[in-house]
Design a protein around this ligand. Structure first.
Ligand code: SF4
Length: 368
């Protein structure tokens, strides 16, 4: 099976639309060439700073402009992160992914605290990933020197469909952030969300863009949208499991060496549906009751499923070296290297309507 980079949208679509049985078989075959099919990496996602985000991502309950049930939380302490990481490690997680609801990383105490979190979790012999929004080359360098293993920045969807989901930042900025992480020696985690009203062509286009990143991401999360009340996508229908299986299998074939992460939306999937995703090349799940803010299966339920399927959790640093810590991470060189991130600010009707409705609900709450 060839490992190629020049996929066209038409070819990816042809793969996606194959008879499902053929697609799953082909994906399972590719998976076995590059991965141990019985190993699944278990990651724990920690929301280190929750809610109050200035962006308008149409799927996200953490956007301050929408009215959702999310409880806002300031940045977690390093001690809390360490305690949660230890708990995650004892239940089989080899990676901690720390997420902060920021548009981009700003220099200052909060970023310094995140750097200490990175070093602390890395010292527990766990892989550390961060998802903090857009980062400059110098911030990527400092994260890398603090011992960060991976940086997550999802493309979310195709460039065309992205414009219908988010108006406060541009697709090219996302690609630039991924490039900044890559140049700093970090591994890249980037994938998307299915079920946001995109076409199958959009799903294929996102995979083509990912496959053209040079090198392509080591890790590709595939999320199923979890529609949350108060967000512009609250009424979006849950996607059928068959779409998830097709997307996982197609990702597996297009990006053969990447770890495909079966991410948000697992609570809506049956064990049999998840088993078919593992068969089709999913090599990672997120553990813990919450995925940032959306529900996730209980770890005991996951471990029972692993036992039924004969799967085992993967050890840390199985696919890459543990990063060395370089004390330079404490030194910022960002002066004179400020990046001006774009803000397209086009109108997205659903986002405008959800913002308006949130304002009305807040007014009613204030008067009651
Ligand atoms: S997805 Fe991230 S950037 Fe977008 S609103 Fe949510 S927290 Fe903010």
């Amino acid at each position: 099976m060839e490992n190629r980079k020049n996929w066209t949208r038409k070819e990816v679509l042809e793969l996606y639309n194959k008879p499902l049985i053929e697609l799953v078989f082909e994906a399972a075959t590719v998976h076995r060439l590059h991965h141990d099919p019985l190993e699944v990496q278990v990651s724990t996602l920690l929301s280190i700073k929750t809610g109050g985000c200035p962006e308008d991502c149409g799927y996200c309950p953490q956007a301050a402009r929408y009215h959702t049930d999310i409880a806002k939380n300031d940045l977690m302490s390093v001690q809390t992160v360490k305690a949660q990481a230890l708990r995650a490690r004892s239940s089989g997680s080899s990676r901690v992914c720390m997420g902060a609801a920021w548009r981009n990383v700003k220099e200052g105490e909060d970023f310094d605290q995140v750097l200490e979190m990175v070093r602390t979790v890395r010292d527990l012999n766990m892989e550390v990933c961060c998802t903090l929004g857009m980062i400059t080359p110098d911030q990527a360098r400092r994260l890398s020197e603090a011992g960060l293993y991976a940086y997550n920045h999802n493309l979310d969807t195709s460039e065309e469909h992205y414009k219908k989901v988010i108006s406060t930042r541009g697709y090219q900025d996302r690609i630039e952030t991924i490039g900044n992480a890559r140049k700093a020696g970090l591994t890249v985690c980037s994938g998307g969300i299915v079920g946001m009203g995109e076409s199958i062509e959009d799903r294929a286009a996102m995979l083509v863009t990912l496959s053209n990143l040079n090198p392509y991401p080591e890790s590709v999360p595939i999320n199923a949208l979890v529609p949350v009340e108060g967000t512009p996508m609250e009424e979006q229908e849950q996607i059928p499991i068959w779409d998830m299986i097709r997307m996982v299998a197609t990702t597996r074939i297009v990006l053969p060496t990447a770890t495909v992460r079966l991410s948000a939306g697992r609570t809506e999937m049956t064990d049999e549906g998840q088993a078919l995703c593992f068969m089709s090349g999913a090599g990672s799940i997120f553990a813990g009751d919450k995925l940032l803010t959306t529900p996730n299966p209980d770890i005991n339920k996951d471990m029972k499923l692993f036992s039924t399927l004969g799967l085992v959790p993967q050890k840390a640093y199985k696919k890459g070296n543990k990063p060395e810590v370089n004390e330079n991470y404490k030194n910022s060189n960002s002066e004179g290297r400020k990046v001006k991130w774009s803000r397209p600010a086009h109108d997205i009707d659903a986002n405008i309507a959800a913002t308006k409705s949130a304002k009305e609900k807040r007014k009613i709450e204030a008067n009651s």
